[in-house]
Ligand binder design. Structure first.
Ligand SMILES: NC(=O)C1=CN([C@@H]2O[C@H](COP(=O)(O)OP(=O)(O)OC[C@H]3O[C@@H](n4cnc5c(N)ncnc54)[C@H](OP(=O)(O)O)[C@@H]3O)[C@@H](O)[C@H]2O)C=CC1
Ligand SMILES: CC[C@](O)(C(C)=O)C(=O)O
Ligand SMILES: [Mg+2]
Ligand SMILES: [Mg+2]
Length: 337
């Protein structure tokens, strides 16, 4: 089925400019949405608990900060950009008691709706604006006059206007400069989880670490291994981003291309594809969501252990040393006010 893609000319910015928006959370996505909404002329307030470390940051950047309950009560559009595992508690305690007829409840990812963790009442719009990129780059691209593509979806259209509202919001954070695709909460949630687990984060990190291990265990210098499997990966992916795999293959040597064509499928073998299908199945049948919610409720013991193991991987030490010598590479993650 052909997808519908919308651009700035299809969006009516005045719709979101006519709403009172509460952004709950001021992390990676929260700061990006809030600052770009504000710069697009939208009346925005931030909802953060009294003890939140991000309160001072948001205030320094000129935003008005309230508690999540106060922000929800004041607003007529509430965008939840808190961690997925915390959203159901924030919803029950701070948002649901403050929802009024005609309000809109927005999400940046469909997890809590797709897995029935939040069940909104029938008198509000329920929609999603999900940028296809990390929040810090969503903001950086907006400031640079560009945009990160976004998905929009409508789960519940109480007003009859939810899609136009979601598109207007997406345009206000720069998404419609790059393209906004209409989807469903189910499609966004399942493809997003699959992408981050199998390819973008899980797949890519494991590929890089394993390549580094193979080279260093064979006696090659860690610095050479780092440049080969991590640093250069960005340069190769930049070519894919600009012109697809074909452009990447045009730019590399024919020796590299022959190795790519014949060895790539041996690395990402049919067994890897089968494992990817299993991972997708665990997303579709809710196994992953149940596991992640239980892990969070238990205080994240496995998450913490694995994160620490990753931080201790020898590629991190080698990379830090080399990046410190390339001032332009280690660009700090900052909230671009
Ligand atoms: N990271 C990304 O780029 C992307 C994220 N998303 C989605 O966006 C949503 C937010 O993710 P992300 O930006 O990574 O989250 P972060 O972890 O970066 O930030 C979460 C924010 O929520 C705040 N918070 C925590 N508890 C509460 C609470 N009880 N009430 C109000 N605020 C609270 C945190 O406060 P404090 O600052 O004090 O810790 C923080 O400001 C998720 O649904 C995620 O799936 C979608 C696309 C990409
Ligand atoms: C790729 C990870 C992501 O889905 C994203 C930045 O889009 C996320 O959940 O952070
Ligand atoms: Mg994503
Ligand atoms: Mg994600």
């Amino acid at each position: 089925m052909a997808v519908e893609i919308f651009y700035d000319d299809d969006a009516d910015l005045s719709i979101i400019q006519g709403r009172k928006v509460a952004v709950i959370g001021y992390g990676s996505q929260g700061h990006a949405h809030s600052l770009s909404l504000r710069d697009s002329g939208v009346d925005v307030r931030i909802g953060l608990p009294e003890g939140s470390k991000s309160r001072a940051k948001a205030e320094e950047q000129g935003l008005r900060v309230l508690t999540p309950a106060e922000a929800s009560a004041e607003a007529d559009l509430i965008m939840i950009l808190a961690p997925d595992t915390k959203q159901r508690f924030i919803y029950e305690q701070d948002i649901a008691p403050n929802l009024k007829d005609g309000d809109a409840l927005f999400f940046g990812h469909g997890f809590n709706i797709r897995y029935d963790l939040i069940k909104p009442p029938s008198n509000v719009d329920v929609a999603m604006v999900a940028p296809k990129g990390p929040g810090h780059l969503v903001r950086r691209q907006f400031v640079d006059g560009k945009g990160v593509p976004a998905l929009i979806a409508v789960e519940q259209d109480a007003s009859g206007n939810a899609q136009a509202l979601a598109l207007s919001y997406a345009a206000a954070i720069g998404g419609a400069r790059a393209g906004v695709i209409k989807t469903t909460f189910t499609e966004e949630t399942e493809t997003d989880l699959f992408g981050e687990q199998a390819v973008l984060c899980g797949g890519a990190s494991a590929l890089v670490q394993t390549g580094f291990e193979v080279l260093t265990e064979a006696g090659y210098a860690p610095e050479i291994a780092y440049f080969e499997v991590l640093h250069e990966l960005k340069l190769i992916v930049d070519l894919m981003y600009e012109g697809g795999i074909a452009r990447q293959r045009y730019s590399i040597s024919d020796t590299a291309e022959y190795g790519d064509l014949t060895r790539g499928p041996r690395v990402i073998s049919p067994a890897v594809k089968e494992e990817m299908k299993k991972i997708l199945g665990e997303i579709q049948d809710g196994t992953f969501a149940r596991e992640w919610v239980a892990e969070d409720e238990a205080g994240r013991p496995n998450f913490t252990k694995l994160e620490e193991q990753g931080n201790q991987h020898p590629i991190e030490e080698t990379g830090k040393k080399l990046r410190d010598l390339m001032s332009w590479v280690d660009r700090p993650i900052t909230e671009t006010a």
